[in-house]
Design a protein around this ligand. Sequence first.
Ligand SMILES: O=C(O)c1cc(=O)[nH]c(=O)n1[C@@H]1O[C@H](COP(=O)(O)O)[C@@H](O)[C@H]1O
Length: 237
Amino acid sequence: MPHSLTPRDQLIVALDYPTAAAALALVDALDGQCLWFKVGLELYLAAGAPIVTTLRQRGFNVFLDLKLHDIPNTVASAVRSVSSLGASLLTLHAAGGPAMLAAAAEAASATPDAPTLLAVTVLTSMDNTQLNSIGVPGTPADQVLRLAHMAAAAGVPNLVCSSEELTALRRDLGPSPRLVVPGIRPTGASTDDQQRIATPAAAIAAGASMLVVGRPITKAANPAKAAEAILHEISGL
Ligand SMILES: O=C(O)c1cc(=O)[nH]c(=O)n1[C@@H]1O[C@H](COP(=O)(O)O)[C@@H](O)[C@H]1O
């Protein structure tokens, strides 16, 4: 339920760094303010499983963002392989289709300590033109809604989406799915490569369960202050 979480439960900091040392330096700089960290492809490919176990040993929650997308057997096996690491959340691409999602969900439910699966809908870096150019007609919102219903029917109700789709997703799916939202930019922050963006407050007000924030914190002159400002912005919403 989105509104039963405290701001510190809602902010996930993306550790997009090339080494474990750089990632852990940012973790230290945040000085315990943030409880959740995302390990994505850059860091996982460089530092491997030990970065996940190190973060867990330090008491943090880990979102392992591997965006799995392969044949059902391979994805189900990958879910089993990472389950012992102690991550709480794991991504896979909804575009892998119902058979892939169902195989992953089945593997997760049969594996002790498996993470909660999140189906990535349409990447927040994609706009209408980019989506159409891969052969998908309509708007990102149309496609997010289509994938969300398909993923829920396949047993993966929790999603990664942009803020722009939250109202429609909550209308269709109700309050229970965990909706994790990247593309977060505080007012005045650089957009970078993101296309479908929102401020922290707007995303939470529209129904986000959790926010994923990378560069607005990691590239800030003072990351701890940047994180504190985001926590302040979403507190009391
Ligand atoms: O799955 C994700 O976390 C993800 C999905 C998506 O649609 N868009 C997206 O930006 N992300 C991730 O969220 C983070 C956003 O980083 P910043 O743009 O630096 O805030 C990156 O680590 C992305 O890999």
